[in-house]
Design a protein around this ligand. Sequence first.
Ligand SMILES: Nc1ncnc2c1ncn2[C@@H]1O[C@H](COP(=O)(O)OP(=O)(O)OP(=O)(O)O)[C@@H](O)[C@H]1O
Ligand SMILES: [Mg+2]
Length: 286
Amino acid sequence: MPIIDVEGLTYIYAKGTPYARKALNQVSLSIDQGEFIGVVGANGSGKSTLVQHFNGLLQPTKGRVTVCGRDTSSKEYRNSLWRKVGMVFQFPEQQLFAETVAQDVAYGLKNLGLSQDEINRRVPFALEQVGLDPTEVADLSPLVLSGGMRRRVALATVLAMQPEILVLDEPTAGLDAVGREVILQIIKDLQQERNTTVIMVSHSLRELIPLVDRLVVLNRGKVAACGTPGEVLGCNPLQNLKGIGLPDYLRLICELKERGVQFENPVTTFQDAEQALEKLIKESVR
Ligand SMILES: Nc1ncnc2c1ncn2[C@@H]1O[C@H](COP(=O)(O)OP(=O)(O)OP(=O)(O)O)[C@@H](O)[C@H]1O
Ligand SMILES: [Mg+2]
């Protein structure tokens, strides 16, 4: 049984008003326990709208979303979904509000009704998970930390709740290259060590390709492609992938394909591209 199942999901903002806007149109997909799914697409393609259905924040205008086998349109279930599905919104550090880092991380745990002992155990553990030293940062105000560290604290507030499913909406937006790498590695480790199901939204195929099991490409509210990075990149002409951060090496490969060059093996990683180009050059000098 898939952990998340989306069937014919259509979502219309401001339905019935002159401002009605169809953000998702007949989206179907299923996600298995422990999978790492990348959701990619241009601005306004419906990425945030889709993932906000996974924690019950939005309910389908049409169609059905089930999480762990239960329909999210049940109000009673929806009210408990936040325990299962951890949601890291874009720029989550803006939601830090407590006086200290430790209080921020503890906040959600209090709402879970955990004992003080359990909270005292989980707070430093979550900070360590995101690569912060609890003895150094726990008593600091989040305001004195760098942007990258605040983002990590925000991630810790969600990880501390030990969600079965982790949804991240553009978790690296606005960070520098080092900050991005740190966050991506934390997320990957979490999925591999705890078998957490991870759904990560990004503008950039570049950062998703090395991480994910499968990609979902959205285009104007529809699924334009879905599959392993190899499948998605192998079957799609460049135009479907424009505007979604195609890495330079793939842009080169796609342009060569458009000019009629054929590649025997699928090209997904940088190494694949290197090998394919080396072969091409050798053949052309023969
Ligand atoms: N609250 C809202 N009210 C009305 N329309 C909305 C609302 N939120 C999003 N939309 C519209 O729905 C469509 C999908 O938006 P969504 O935010 O899901 O896209 P996205 O892929 O996450 O974009 P981005 O990359 O900019 O974050 C867009 O056309 C957007 O303008
Ligand atoms: Mg968005």
